[in-house]
Design a protein. Sequence first.
Length: 244
Amino acid sequence: MTETAPNDRRPGALRRFLPLLALAAGLGAFFALGLDRYVTLDTLRDNRQALSAWVAENWALAAFVYVLAYIAMVAFSLPGGLVATLTGGFLFGTIFGGLLTVFGATIGATAIFLAARTALGETLREKAGPKLRKLEDGFGKNAFSYMLVLRLVPIFPFFLVNLAPAFLGVPLRTYVVATFLGIIPGTFVFASLGNGLGAIFDAGRDPDLGLIFEPEILGPILALALLALLPVVYRRFASAPSPE
């Protein structure tokens, strides 16, 4: 065995980390340039007429730019996802704004999932202790159900739910499908709220961002989450030893 073996592996290791480093650099640049000051409802309120006119004249281009911006926002874990979702509803309406947001968020979440899995997933699994391996096994057996619940109910920050499955061995297809389906209800709630922002701005009021926690909205979402957990419960009972 030659002395250069570790050096031979170093370029491959660096390549694995490049996507994650690029995302981290993008997040740092976002704050360094002070761009976070513009991702606010005040910015939308002050520029709504110009934005609405541009979208009316360039709908397809505006939709493409919006999806790209949303992909970048999620992939780089930038703040302001809620404001962006409201903006989508305001500019494109509830249906199209919601759909564009769901596609953009799913693609962006998939990008950071792949970057994290490529850079750290295998390493963490190799060094994982028995507790982490047990958690990975349990999560993996019911990955779709757990992912769907995590997407439906905002228990944890969105960026954390993007990253954690990469370290728990969740298959890419499961991650993408569960993410796409799971973010639909909440996205359309806020897209609908964004669709009515014009009247809210005209009245000099601020939108109720706690709308999703209203019982008539949160109740059905929690019901969907419980339905998503039914396969997990069934497997638990099916695998339990029968009483003698």
